[in-house]
Design a protein around this ligand. Structure first.
Ligand code: FES
Ligand code: FES
Length: 172
């Protein structure tokens, strides 16, 4: 067993977990943050994408112990209260989802890409999100949403990831 302490969406969390516990299981099962989905067992779908110190990672490929002492942002931490993050708003406006299963991972990967690269071209979106799979949409609306969301993020001028209010929430 290992002790982990991870900042998740601006809140301190901690728990004692098995050393083999994956970050995605820590988020979903220890913290109850089920917005991060599991879509495969081959590290190929991207449904589990979160930000680790601002960089997108597939949380099924990271041990919770590896995130000890680091900051994680999940889809639950993206909106500022009732105000959707610009990328979330763009997905809604452009109908960038159908069943929605891939959407949290898509949005997190898109936020990371737009934070890193600024306003995105169609080619940049298709290349940058090739690690995120969608079984429903045919991608066209997702691509349109990410292009619009990346532009809106530049216009917003604020932090790519909104801070979350609230006190620490221990998990163990
Ligand atoms: Fe992590 Fe599919 S669940 S890549
Ligand atoms: Fe259904 Fe992408 S909207 S998997």
């Amino acid at each position: 067993m290992v002790d982990v302490a991870i900042d998740v969406n601006g809140r301190a969390t901690w728990a004692t977990v098995e050393a083999r516990t994956l970050l995605v299981h820590y988020l979903r099962e220890v913290l109850g943050l089920t917005g991060t989905n599991i879509g495969c067992d081959t590290s190929s779908c991207g449904a589990c994408t979160v930000l680790l110190d601002g960089e997108s990672v597939k949380s099924c490929t990271v041990l919770a112990a590896q995130a000890d002492g680091h900051a994680v942002t999940t889809i639950e931490g993206l909106a500022a209260g009732d105000e959707l993050h610009p990328m979330q708003a763009a997905f809604r406006e452009h109908h960038g989802l159908q069943c929605g299963y891939c959407t949290p991972g898509m949005v997190m990967a898109a936020v990371s890409l737009a934070t890193e690269r600024g306003e995105l071209s169609e080619e940049a979106v298709r290349e940058g999100l090739e690690g995120n799979l969608c079984r429903c949409t045919g991608y066209q609306n997702i691509v349109a949403a990410v292009i619009a969301g990346s532009a809106a993020m530049q216009g917003a001028g604020g932090p790519a990831v909104a801070p979350v209010d609230g006190a620490g929430a221990g998990a163990g």
